[in-house]
Design a protein around this ligand. Structure first.
Ligand code: DOR
Ligand code: ZN
Length: 346
């Protein structure tokens, strides 16, 4: 008997599409299954103004294959010089759906991010007033804090103070990797949500380091201990409306990953929906997949769920995903979950 489930078409609430030849090469991978995605602004140079976002949006639309039904949801990159009026105009016109906070130095192309959080306080107040959500990369950059503790410390030192000072600000804690993050969001009321990536539901830190270093499993925030992965699985498969899919699919050419100083990022756009079907089936929660991938995100962002659908079908033989996507910027390795997957998506 064929097992299949049909869900409303999913959205990706945290995605890196890059620019130029990389954008052209990888955009079709997301547009195949997803209706919308929140597009990260960490280009070089970053997307900081409304006019930057409008121009980037056009470049993305040009890279989407003919006939694909995909809408990029644009964001601005918050800097200490962000102009609150420009931001408000971009939000009011519908051009941007959120603003992204990178602590300076936390991750790829984050050097223009925020060092002194007091400097962005007026912008955050404005965002709370107009209902523009803040997407947060939740890691401190203090060299004294161990990389595996950076998310938990960020909650106490940065995120909670911001939320207490600006309680009306709607915040998305992006790509949570810890039980601390899941607990904070679950108990945080209606103004906070969290995205969870596909890869953090599958790998823990052993997968990166045991038996040889695996550069394609290195991302930021870095995967943590198994107990944290299990807490993320519980959060994602619970159906709790605070948690929704943000793949953080982050392509880097293989040469930049397989290097003495490899870039952070897992590329999961190609096989994410099949992997999620596997994960949710394994946890006896296939009935919660639609909430996680297609309903909770739009609800948090105040957007309608998609009317179109995606069908996930169980196969007899393992699905053969491509190992790499060839792009004009070099080959990009597709995330390998390390186990066979028996679900197709279309
Ligand atoms: O692993 C990551 N890759 N984490 C981030 O926060 C940024 C991203 C990227 O842009 O490559
Ligand atoms: Zn990201």
């Amino acid at each position: 008997m064929t097992q299949s489930i049909t869900i409303r078409r999913p959205d990706d609430w945290h995605l890196h599409l890059r620019d130029g030849a990389m954008l052209a090469g990888i955009a079709p991978e997301t547009a195949r299954h997803f209706a919308r995605a929140i597009i990260m602004p960490n280009l070089v140079p970053p997307v900081v103004t409304g006019s930057d976002a409008a121009a980037y949006r056009e470049r993305i639309l040009a890279a989407i294959p003919e006939g694909a039904d995909f809408t990029p949801l644009m964001t601005l990159y918050l800097t200490e010089d962000t102009d609150a009026d420009d931001l408000a105009a971009a939000h009011t016109s519908g051009l941007i759906k959120a603003v992204k906070l990178y602590p300076a130095g936390a991750t790829t192309n984050s050097h223009s991010g925020v060092t002194n959080f007091d400097k962005v306080r007026p912008v955050l107040e404005k965002m709370a007033e107009i209902g523009c959500p803040l997407c947060v990369h939740g890691e401190v950059t203090d060299p004294a804090v161990d990389i595996f503790d950076r998310e938990a410390v960020f909650i106490d030192r940065v995120l909670d103070p911001i939320r207490k000072a600006t309680p009306d600000l709607r915040v998305i804690m992006e790509h949570i990797t810890t039980k601390n993050g899941a607990d904070y969001v679950r108990e945080g009321g209606d103004n906070i949500g969290a995205t969870i990536t596909t890869h953090h539901l599958i790998i823990n830190r052993n997968h990166i380091l045991v038996g040889g270093i695996k550069p394609h499993y290195y991302c930021l925030p870095v995967a943590k201990r198994e107990e944290h992965r299990l807490a993320l699985r519980q959060a994602a498969t619970s159906g709790d409306a605070s948690f929704f899919l943000g793949t953080d699919s982050a392509p880097h050419a293989d040469a930049a990953k397989e290097s003495a100083c490899g870039c952070a990022g897992c590329f999961t756009a190609t096989n994410t929906m099949s992997l999620l079907a596997h994960v949710f089936e394994e946890d006896g929660a296939l009935d919660k997949l639609e909430a996680f991938a297609s309903l909770n995100g739009p609800k948090f962002y105040g957007l309608p769920a998609n009317e179109s659908t995606l069908t996930l079908t169980k196969t007899d033989a393992p699905v053969d995903f491509p190992n790499k996507i060839e792009t004009g910027a070099g080959p990009v390795t597709v995330f390998d979950p390390g186990f066979p997957v028996f679900w197709t998506a279309d």
